[in-house]
Ligand binder design. Structure first.
Ligand code: IVH
Length: 693
């Protein structure tokens, strides 16, 4: 890990240290997300990555008021969408600075007056708007027609979601009346709470995983490669800002919002002009009071300087405009009774305590369960069955138990002890030193673990078999139809047993068999991931696939690696991102004869495709480049953006880690350093040729 603070136990951090570390973790996790999702070049094993996120979560649980707007725990959890083309935004999609209290809002007004050289009392009109809790997207219209839709991505480069965006009714496909040649709008894709509820109810019935909240549901729906699926999801869109616009269309934001409505866009009806900080604050309070009655989730209000000439002068600092401010609401809390603490057993045997709550509405969503994370957390907060607890729902964080209302504790409430036996199979549950979780040691005799592994096997990033959801797996397990992953590929032999079951008419059974048949061939990395080996997540599975190339080679080498002195073991731990801990879990998997038998049967039933490197990857992807001297065909900014869009990292100084130095006329010390370090030096032309290759 990169910083010393990671060694300090979370409990020992004071506020200032916690804030500092949260900032560091947000940056680090974002960097690793980027490496993993966008560059396919992870530096950490899944376990190491998870431990960063866990530490972030633990610090946030201790200091909920320090949770950052850019916290990794608040970020959309959807898997990266492979297959969307990248889009470089014609104007960057900015983010917002935050105010956490009223004084920071007053300070915002003061700062603006000072910057613009206005009197201390001069009115500064701002537009107050609800801050919609969805995901932002850009929509480009050329001559009044929708031509491009893009996600925000990192603000500079997003993904092309045109076909998905076109399915959203709130976005006109053709604009009404006269429009500029180019009109790019930005806004928020969101889902109305009631429609989110109905969607989840449907998914539950069909045995599919439910979404945690409306924002996740919206994000998951937008990231569908098949726009037909997006079209069936109840997505909405509020427009709230401009991107590239080819001519001046308004002098103020208020005017712009009016123009938007005229062209056929949806804008938020609660938006209101405020002339002073105090008016803005009362807008914040009013919106806060009506928040839970609104049909959609909001997490604050946004203030934007109304005059565009002032916005222009104010400009931006580090990707956030000086002319706008997000004023967040505190997380919504409620009190309810914790009826029982139950224990869930996961795929890897982890015992997770869960609070079963008297159902209560928090921020418009009915909550009846909350995770308690682990036994230390229960002890630290002294949570007992029968307690009245304060629960909180913030963004997409699963509801949390914040604290216990001690005055309401029943006299007979006893401290909770986590069982030392697995509640499902009765095997010993042990907590290894240094681990926060207790695990069932039952392995394959533990029904919970086996069923969870089967669910993992068919999950979205694994075999992803349409129509075979978690609920079906449970039912098929109970009936003895599916006991091991390979049974899935023999289901058709049991057609009669299946079609006797309620809800499985001939047609739906045939559909299921067709969906299963479609997955008889599968890429190696998905296959490895599907096995559900501890610590082998998607990134690690991919690393293994890349290293060994084929199922046979991988299997052979894993068995050979049992000899920890031999070359196979050395090769395994040498993979950047694997290491001894992951290797240990892989070997444990291969040491189990049952697993080898399952692998054998799966290999016979499937065609596992050899690893193939994506063809489209640019040879500069993942490489670090430094530009120095003058560039002739483009500006430095453009060169940087283009390099980054190809997955290269652009650095400001030359070091041993630099892969290329692109030197133009006038290059000086950086060029010298590159030569001294033996770094490849390219002309601008060489570089362009390489980047295009
Ligand atoms: S304005 C400079 N207005 O908040 C313009 N953003 O934290 C940038 N958001 O990425 C955005 N409601 O996803 C703006 N009424 C609103 C908003 C809003 C929600 C989101 C948006 C943005 C994020 C920044």
């Amino acid at each position: 890990m990169t910083e010393a603070a990671a060694d300090v136990p979370v409990e020992a951090l004071n506020r200032a240290a916690a804030a500092k570390e949260l900032e560091h973790l947000a940056r680090e996790i974002a960097r690793h997300d980027e490496l993993y999702h966008r560059r396919d070049a992870p530096e950490l094993s899944d376990a190491e990555y998870d431990s960063l996120r866990r530490r972030n979560g633990a610090i946030e649980a201790l200091y909920p008021d320090l949770i950052r707007a850019d916290s990794p725990s608040l970020r959309v959890g959807a898997a990266p969408a492979e297959g969307f083309a990248k889009v470089t935004h014609s104007r960057p999609m900015l983010s917002l600075s935050n105010a956490l209290d009223e004084d920071e809002v007053r300070e915002f007004f003061t700062r603006i007056r000072r910057f613009l050289g206005l009197d201390a009392e001069a009115p500064v009109e701002v537009m107050g708007e609800p801050k919609i809790d969805g995901l932002s997207a850009s929509a480009r219209y050329e001559r009044g027609r929708l031509t491009l839709g893009a996600t925000r991505g990192d603000g500079v480069t997003g993904e092309d979601i045109t076909r998905n965006l076109a399915t959203i009714r709130d976005l006109p496909k053709r604009l009404v009346g006269a429009t500029p040649d180019v009109l790019e709008v930005r806004g928020e894709i969101y889902m109305v709470r009631s429609e989110f509820g109905a969607l989840n109810a449907r998914r539950q019935e069909e045995g599919e995983a439910v979404f945690a909240n409306p924002r996740n549901a919206a994000a998951g729906s937008v990231r569908q490669l098949d726009p037909g699926i997006t079209a069936r999801r109840p997505l909405r869109y509020f427009t709230y800002a401009a991107g590239e616009v080819s001519e001046t269309v308004a002098a103020t934001h208020a005017e712009f919002l009016d123009r938007l409505k005229g062209w056929g866009f949806e804008t938020n009806p609660l938006a209101r002009l405020c002339r002073t900080a105090e008016e803005a604050l009362s807008f914040h309070r009013e919106v806060g009071d009506t928040r839970s009655g609104l049909p959609y989730d909001i997490d604050g209000v946004v203030y934007k300087v109304n005059r565009y000439d002032w916005q222009e002068r104010l400009g931006t600092v580090s990707r956030a405009p000086r002319w706008a401010l997000a004023h967040k609401f505190p997380a919504e809390q409620a009190r309810t009774v914790l009826q029982r603490i139950t224990i869930q057993v996961g795929r890897t045997g982890a015992l997770t305590p869960v609070a079963e709550l008297e159902p209560i509405t928090v921020g418009g969503v009915v909550v009846s369960r909350a995770t308690l994370h682990n036994e230390d957390e229960i002890a630290r907060k002294d949570i007992r069955e029968g307690d009245t607890v304060v629960i909180q729902r913030a963004g997409d964080v699963i509801p949390q138990v914040v604290s216990v209302v001690m005055e309401k504790r029943p006299a007979d409430a006893a401290a909770f002890t986590v069982p030392t036996k697995c509640p499902v199979c009765g095997s010993l549950a042990v907590r290894e030193t240094g681990e926060a979780v207790r695990r069932c040691t039952g392995g394959l005799i533990c029904e919970a673990q086996v069923v969870e592994r089967l669910k993992h096997f068919v999950s979205r990033n694994a075999f992803d078999i349409e129509g075979l959801g978690r609920k079906h797996i449970e039912a098929f397990w109970r009936d003895g139809l599916v006991r091991s992953p390979d049974d899935i590929f023999r289901l058709e032999d049991k057609r009669e047993v299946l079609t006797e079951r309620e809800g499985w008419g001939g047609q739906s059974a045939s559909n299921l068999f067709a969906a299963i048949a479609e997955r008889r061939s599968i890429p190696l990395e998905r296959f490895i991931y599907a096995l559900g080996i501890r610590q082998v997540g998607q990134a690690t599975a991919r690393l293994l696939a890349k290293q060994y190339g084929s199922l046979d080679a991988w299997r052979g080498e894993m068995i050979a690696a049992e000899d920890r002195e031999g070359p196979a073991y050395a090769e395994l731990v040498d993979i950047d991102g694997v290491g001894p801990s992951v290797a240990g879990d892989l070997l444990a998997f291969f040491a189990e004869p049952h697993n080898l038998a399952v692998l054998e049967r799966l290999a016979a039933a499937l065609r596992v495709g050899d690893f193939t490197a994506p063809e489209s990857a640019s040879p500069v992807a993942g490489r670090t480049v430094v530009f120095t001297g003058m560039l002739e065909t483009m500006s430095r900014g453009e060169a940087k953006a283009r390099a980054e869009s190809l997955g290269a990292k652009v650095a400001g100084s030359v070091s041993a880690k630099t892969d290329y130095v692109v030197a133009g006329p006038g290059a000086g010390s950086k060029l010298k350093k590159a030569e001294a370090l033996g770094v490849t030096v390219l002309s601008e032309e060489d570089w362009s040729a390489l980047a295009r290759a």
